[in-house]
Design a binder for this molecule. Structure first.
Ligand SMILES: Nc1ncnc2c1ncn2[C@@H]1O[C@H](COP(=O)(O)OP(=O)(O)OP(=O)(O)O)[C@@H](O)[C@H]1O
Ligand SMILES: [Mg+2]
Length: 1045
C-alpha cells in the first residue's frame, strides 16, 4: 500500500509518467520533494532515476533485499533493487539477457549503483559453496579495480577513471557462473599529472600507507608521499578514507580472486616502477656537436628501477635520453632534449600503468571466466564515465562524451524511437512525440569516412607537417554547415560573434549541451606514441610481467606499421559494446548529482535541471505518457493473465489475440487504457498493469489454494483408500482368525460333549457292572494306596545295614505283617549277603566252620556256648615254626586241617596222656608230644562215628570201624580243649573229602569198643571232676565212668 501511495502521491509521484502537469519545473520539483523525503529513487516507467544522497540511508538492509525479492515492480516503492530484481527475474524466468546501463555525470553515484545491483543479485540468487565462491570473486573484483582505476577528483573522492562493463553470466537456474569485465579508456594522463586538490590513482597512496616496511623495502619505496613527483610531492590523505585499510582490503580481494603471491608482488613491483619513474630527473647537457642532450641527474632512482625490473641501467638510460630514428635503411641515434626526455619518461609511465591495468582486468577475467560450453544467460552492468563539460576540454573529454553520446543513442533508439516505431508497426494510433535523435552527432564524430575521429586519424597518419591546426582546418572545411559543429571559423562564416569560443577550439552541440574542445594535444593523445627504444628496453627487462606488457618491444617483431590510434581503438571498443548492449534487454539507471559540494540534503536546482535536460528525462516521460506503459505479445500475455477469466482459463481454444480481447473485455478496463496491436497488447498506464498484476496475484493465490486443496484431497483420498484396503485385509484376516479359533473351540467342545455323551451312554449301559466291581475296585485302590504308602515309608526308614542289627519297623497294618516279616527277612538276607560278599575266604571258611559247629552242637552240648567266643585257629602247635615238629609237618604237609594237643584216655586205666593230634584231609594222626613221632595214623574212612557228652567237657569217643587196622585196639577216648572245633572240622573234612557226614552222638551214655570188648561209658556230672579234664574211672572191664563238670 505504501508503494502505491508513494507512486500516486500528487506532490511527489513515484513514477514521473503520472506527473501532472508535465513540465521541467514540475519534474524538478517532484525530484526535489522526493529528495527531501529521502526518496532518492524515482521511476519513469521502468527507468530508475537515482539522486545521490551523499549520506548513508537505511534502505539497503537485508530486510529490504527480502522486501524487493520477487516483488511486483510497480507494487513497491521505487528502488534500485526493484530494477535489479526485475532484470534478474526476466533473465532467470524469461531467458532474456539483460543489461543495466548506469549513466550520469561524475559523482552521480553510478559505481555505487552498480555495486548495489551486483550485491542485490548476489543476495537473491541461490547459495552453495561454488556459487558463493563465484559471487565472492565477482564482488571482490571491485576493490581491486577501484584501487587501480579510481582516483579522487574535484567531483568525486572515488571517481572511476575508466569505463567498466561487466557481464555476469548465469546458468539456467539463475546461479552465477562467472563473468567478463571490459574496461574502457583509462585516464592514464593522471599517472603523470593531476591538478591540485585531486589525487593520482588510489593504489599509489594505498601502497605507501598500507605496505609493510618489508614490502616497501622490497619495492625500494619510501613511505612518504612527498618524496614522489607523480604524487605532486604532497601528502593527500582523504578525510574518511583509510588508504592503509583499503590496501589490505585490496590484497584480500586479490587473494579471493585467485592471484598468487608472486603475481601480487610482480603487480606491486610494476606499480612501484611507475611511481619511481616520476622521480627520474633529467638535466640538459651539450654534446660535442653542440646539440642539446639530456642526461639522468640522479642515477640512484634509475638504478633502483632497474634492480626491480632486472634491467641494465645503461639500457634504460639510453632509452630515456636518446631515440633511434630510422631513415631509409639507416638507423640513427639522436639525443633527446630534456622536455623530450621527460615526455618519453611520462609516456613510459603512462603506458606501463595503463597496460598494467589491462593486464589486471585480464587476470581477473581469467579467474572469473566461465568454462566454455555451458549454456548461459548474461546480465551486463555498464558503469561508464558520465558526460563531462569542463572549462578546458581535451581529447579525453571528447572521447568520453562520444561514448555518452552513443549511450544516449542506445537509449533513444531503444526507448523512444523503437517505441514509436513499434506503435507504427503494430498499427496503433500514435501521435508522434518530438524527441531529439542524436545519431547526427554520433555520425559527426564516428563516421568512418568524414567523422571527426576519422579526420584525426588521417592527420596522425599523414606524412609531412602534422599539427592540430591542420586538423582543425580540415574539420572546419568538412563541417562548415553542420548544425552541431562550430568553431571560430564557422561562426565567422555565419557572422556569429562568440568570444567564448577560442581559436584553437571547436564546439560540438551534444545532446547534453554544448562542449568546447581544445584541439591542443589531440594528435599526440590520439597517436599515443611510445618511443620504440623504451618499449624495447622494457621488453629487455627480466621482470616477466613487465616484459609481457611490451610485446612490441621484441626486436624480432619490429613492425613499421603504426599501432592503431587511441581514437580508433576506442571507437572499435565502443562499437563492440554497443553491439553487445543491443543484443540485450536494457534497464536504465540514470544517476543525478544533486550538488557540486558532495553534501547531504543539498539540492541545487540548476545543476539538477541541467542533468534532467541532458539525460533527456522530459522526452522520456513524454513518450511514456503519450504511449503505453506496457506491451507484450498476445501469447505470453494470455498465458500470464488467462486465469483472470473463466472463459480463458484453463485453456483458450481460439487465437491468442481473441483470447486477450475476451479476457480484457471481461475485466472491463476503460477502453483508452488498452490498445490492441497486430501482435501485441498495449496497456497505457502502469496503474492498469498494476491492477492486472494485482488481480493475477490474487487469482494465483486462489488457484494455488485450489491446486493445494485438490492435491491435498487427492493425497488424503489415496491415503484413505490405502488405509481402507489395509483395514479390509486386516479385518478379513482377523475375522478369519477369530472364526478359526471359534471353530477350534467349538470342535473341542463338541468332542468333549461327544465324549461325555458317549461316556454317559456307555456308563448307563454298563452301570450294573460298574456297581458290582466298584467295592473291589475301591478296596483294591485303597489297598494299593496303603501298600504304596507303607513301602514308601519303609524306604524312607530302612534300618542300618549292620548285620547284627535286627531292628525292623513294625507293620502299620495287620494285613501287612506277613509281608513286613517277609520284607524284613529279605532285607536281612540281603544284608547278610552283602556282608558275606565282602568277607575274605579265610573268614568265610571260619564262619562256615562256626556254622557247622552250631548245627552240630547248638542246644545239644553245653560246651558249645563256651566255644562261641573262641576262634577256630586250627593250628595250635606251630608246626612250621617249631623245628621239633618237622616230621609231623612232613606228614601233614598241605593237607593239614587241625593240629592240637589232646589227651588220650588210657583205655585200661582211664588215665590220660598228652598226645599231639593232627587232622589232615586224609588222616587223623596221634603223635607222642616228646618224640613228635606219629603213633597212630588213622584214615578218616576208618572213623565210624564220634560220641560226646552233653556237658561242657572236652571228652570224646572216636568210634572206629571194625575193619580198620588201627581199630584193633579199639575206639579212642580223647579229651580235647577244642572239642567243638575238632569235631566240627572232622565232620567238615569228611563231608568235603568223602561226602559223608560224621555220625555224632551226644549222649550221657554210649558204648565204645575196646580190644577186650565193648565198654559202656557213662558220663556223670560231678563236682569231683577236674576242673579242666574229665576224670575217667574204670568200673569193671565193661564199664567206665567219666566224671565231668
Ligand atoms: N546510493 C547512495 N547512497 C549513499 N551515498 C551514495 C550513493 N550513491 C553515491 N553515493 C556517494 O557518492 C559518491 C560518488 O558515487 P560514485 O563513485 O558512485 O559516483 P560515480 O557516478 O561512479 O562517479 P564517477 O563517474 O566519478 O566514477 C560515493 O562515494 C558515495 O559517497
Ligand atoms: Mg564511478
Amino acid at each position: 500500500m505504501e508503494a502505491t501511495t508513494s507512486l500516486l502521491d500528487a506532490d511527489a509521484v513515484g513514477d514521473l509518467v503520472l506527473l501532472d502537469p508535465l513540465t521541467e519545473e514540475s519534474l524538478l520539483q517532484t525530484l526535489r520533494e522526493r529528495f527531501r523525503r529521502s526518496d532518492i529513487y524515482t521511476y519513469i516507467g521502468n527507468v530508475v532515476i537515482s539522486v545521490n544522497p551523499y549520506r548513508s540511508l537505511p534502505i539497503y538492509t537485508p530486510e529490504k533485499v527480502q522486501e524487493y525479492r520477487n516483488c511486483n515492480f510497480f507494487a513497491v516503492k521505487p528502488h534500485i533493487y526493484a530494477i535489479a530484481d526485475d532484470a534478474y527475474r526476466s533473465l532467470r524466468d524469461r531467458d532474456r539477457d539483460q543489461c543495466i546501463l548506469i549513466t550520469g555525470e561524475s559523482g552521480a553515484g553510478k559505481t555505487e549503483a552498480s555495486k548495489l545491483v551486483m550485491s542485490y543479485v548476489a543476495a537473491v540468487c541461490s547459495k552453495g559453496e561454488e556459487v558463493d565462491r563465484v559471487k565472492e570473486q565477482l564482488l571482490q573484483s571491485n576493490p581491486v579495480l577501484e584501487a587501480f582505476g579510481n582516483a579522487k577528483t574535484v567531483r568525486n573522492d572515488n571517481s572511476s577513471r575508466f569505463g567498466k562493463y561487466m557481464d555476469v553470466e548465469f546458468d539456467f537456474k539463475g546461479e552465477p557462473l562467472g563473468g567478463v569485465i571490459s574496461n574502457y579508456l583509462l585516464e592514464k594522463s593522471r599517472v603523470v599529472r593531476h591538478v591540485k586538490g585531486e589525487r593520482n590513482f588510489h593504489i599509489f597512496y594505498q601502497l605507501l600507507a598500507g605496505g609493510s616496511a618489508q614490502l616497501l623495502q622490497q619495492l625500494k619505496l619510501r613511505q612518504d608521499c612527498r618524496h614522489y613527483g607523480y604524487l605532486n610531492r604532497e601528502t593527500s590523505g582523504l578525510p574518511g578514507v583509510d588508504d592503509a585499510a583499503n590496501f589490505h582490503t585490496m590484497q584480500d580481494a586479490m587473494r579471493v580472486i585467485g592471484f598468487s603471491p608472486a603475481e601480487v608482488t610482480a603487480l606491486l613491483e610494476v606499480t612501484a616502477v611507475v611511481l619511481k619513474l616520476g622521480n627520474v630527473q633529467l638535466s640538459s647537457s651539450y654534446q660535442a656537436s653542440g646539440m642539446e642532450a639530456s642526461s639522468i641527474t640522479e642515477p640512484q632512482e634509475l638504478q633502483e628501477i632497474c634492480e626491480l625490473i632486472g634491467l641494465d641501467p645503461g639500457i634504460l638510460e639510453r632509452a630515456l635520453c636518446s631515440r633511434t630514428v630510422k631513415a631509409r635503411d639507416e638507423t640513427v641515434l639522436t639525443t633527446l632534449s630534456v622536455p623530450q626526455g621527460y615526455y618519453g619518461r611520462d609516456a613510459l609511465a603512462k603506458n606501463i600503468y595503463s597496460r598494467l591495468f589491462d593486464w589486471l582486468v585480464n587476470r581477473i577475467n581469467t579467474s572469473i571466466q566461465v568454462k566454455p560450453g555451458k549454456q548461459r544467460k548474461v546480465m551486463g552492468v555498464l558503469d561508464i564515465y558520465g558526460f563531462e563539460i569542463f572549462q578546458d576540454n581535451g581529447f579525453e573529454q571528447f572521447i568520453i562524451n562520444y561514448c555518452n553520446e552513443k549511450l544516449q543513442q542506445i537509449f533513444i533508439l531503444m526507448t523512444l524511437k523503437e517505441e514509436q516505431e513499434e506503435y507504427v508497426r503494430e498499427g496503433i494510433q500514435w501521435t508522434p512525440v518530438e524527441f531529439f535523435d542524436n545519431s547526427i552527432i554520433c555520425n559527426l564524430i564516428e563516421n568512418s569516412k568524414c567523422g571527426i575521429l576519422a579526420m584525426l586519424d588521417e592527420e596522425c597518419l599523414r606524412p609531412g607537417v602534422v599539427n592540430e591546426d591542420t586538423f582543425l582546418t580540415k574539420l572546419n572545411q568538412l563541417f562548415a554547415t553542420h548544425k552541431h559543429y562550430e568553431s571560430r571559423e564557422t561562426q565567422n562564416a555565419r557572422h556569429v560573434m562568440d568570444a567564448s569560443l577560442p581559436l584553437q577550439c571547436f564546439r560540438i552541440h551534444h545532446y547534453a549541451g554544448k562542449v568546447t574542445y581544445n584541439v591542443t594535444g589531440f594528435i599526440e593523445r590520439n597517436n599515443d606514441l611510445l618511443f620504440r627504444d623504451l618499449s624495447q628496453a622494457m621488453w629487455a627487462a627480466r621482470h616477466t610481467l613487465l616484459r609481457s606488457l611490451f610485446p612490441e618491444g621484441d626486436p624480432q617483431k619490429v613492425s613499421l606499421k603504426l599501432p592503431p590510434t587511441a581514437g580508433f581503438q576506442f571507437k572499435a571498443s565502443v562499437a563492440t559494446l554497443m553491439k553487445n548492449l543491443y543484443s540485450k534487454n536494457p534497464n536504465y539507471i540514470r544517476c543525478i548529482k544533486p550538488n557540486e559540494t558532495k553534501t547531504a540534503m543539498v539540492f541545487t536546482p540548476e545543476l539538477v535541471l541541467a542533468q534532467i535536460r541532458y539525460l533527456g528525462l522530459m522526452e522520456n516521460v513524454r513518450v511514456r505518457r503519450a504511449g503505453y506503459a506496457f506491451r507484450q505479445l498476445y501469447g505470453p500475455f494470455l498465458e500470464r493473465y488467462k486465469m483472470l477469466s473463466p472463459r480463458t482459463w484453463p485453456r483458450w481454444a481460439g487465437s491468442d489475440r481473441e483470447g486477450a480481447e475476451v479476457l480484457l473485455a471481461e475485466l472491463a478496463f476503460p477502453p483508452e487504457e488498452l490498445a490492441f496491436g497486430h501482435t501485441k497488447i498495449f496497456i497505457r498506464s502502469p496503474r492498469t498493469l498494476f491492477d492486472l498484476e494485482g488481480s493475477r496475484q490474487a487469482r494465483v493465490v486462489q488457484l494455488a489454494v485450489l491446486i493445494q486443496k485438490t492435491f491435498r484431497g487427492w493425497r488424503c483420498r489415496t491415503q484413505y483408500q490405502l488405509m481402507r484396503k489395509s483395514q479390509i485385509i486386516i479385518s478379513a484376516w482377523f475375522r478369519g482368525h477369530v472364526q478359526k479359533n471359534k471353530y477350534k473351540q467349538m470342535k473341542r467342545s463338541a468332542l468333549v460333549i461327544q465324549a461325555y455323551a458317549r461316556g454317559w451312554k456307555v456308563r448307563r449301559a454298563y452301570r450294573r457292572y460298574f456297581r458290582s466291581a466298584a467295592s473291589a475296585c475301591l478296596a483294591n485302590f485303597i489297598y494299593r494306596r496303603l501298600v504304596q504308602k507303607f513301602l514308601m515309608g519303609l524306604r524312607r526308614n530302612l534300618p542300618p545295614l549292620a548285620v547284627l542289627d535286627r531292628t525292623w519297623p513294625p507293620a502299620p497294618y495287620k494285613f501287612l505283617a506277613e509281608a513286613n516279616q517277609e520284607l524284613r527277612s529279605i532285607f536281612y538276607r540281603w544284608k547278610c549277603k552283602k556282608y558275606r560278599e565282602q568277607l575274605t575266604p579265610q573268614r568265610r571258611a571260619l564262619l562256615q566252620a562256626k556254622l557247622c559247629a552250631s548245627e552240630l552242637f547248638k542246644d545239644k552240648k553245653k560246651l558249645y556256648s563256651k566255644s562261641l567266643q573262641q576262634p577256630f585257629q586250627g593250628e595250635y602247635l606251630g608246626l612250621t615254626q617249631n623245628p621239633k615238629y618237622q616230621k609231623l609237618h612232613a606228614v601233614a604237609k598241605d593237607k593239614l586241617v587241625m593240629a592240637d594237643t589232646v589227651r588220650k584216655v588210657n583205655r585200661a586205666s582211664g588215665k590220660t596222656v598228652p598226645r599231639l593230634l593232627l587232622l589232615t584231609t586224609e588222616h587223623l594222626v596221634l603223635a607222642d608230644p616228646k618224640a613228635a613221632q606219629p603213633k597212630t595214623v588213622l584214615s578218616l574212612g576208618d572213623i565210624r562215628s564220634v560220641s560226646v557228652t552233653r556237658f561242657s567237657d572236652g571228652f570224646l569217643a572216636l568210634h572206629l570201624k571194625e575193619t580198620s587196622a588201627v581199630g584193633s585196639k579199639g575206639d579212642f577216648l580223647l579229651v580235647s580243649d577244642h572239642l567243638i572245633e575238632l569235631v566240627t572240622r572232622l565232620h567238615q573234612t569228611l563231608l568235603d573229602t568223602r561226602a559223608q557226614a560224621l555220625p555224632l552222638h551226644i549222649a550221657d551214655q554210649f558204648s565204645t569198643r575196646f580190644q577186650k570188648g565193648d565198654v559202656a561209658v557213662t558220663v556223670v556230672e560231678s563236682a569231683k571232676a577236674g576242673s579242666d579234664v574229665p576224670v575217667c574211672k574204670k568200673r569193671g572191664s565193661h564199664k567206665m565212668e567219666v566224671l565231668v563238670h
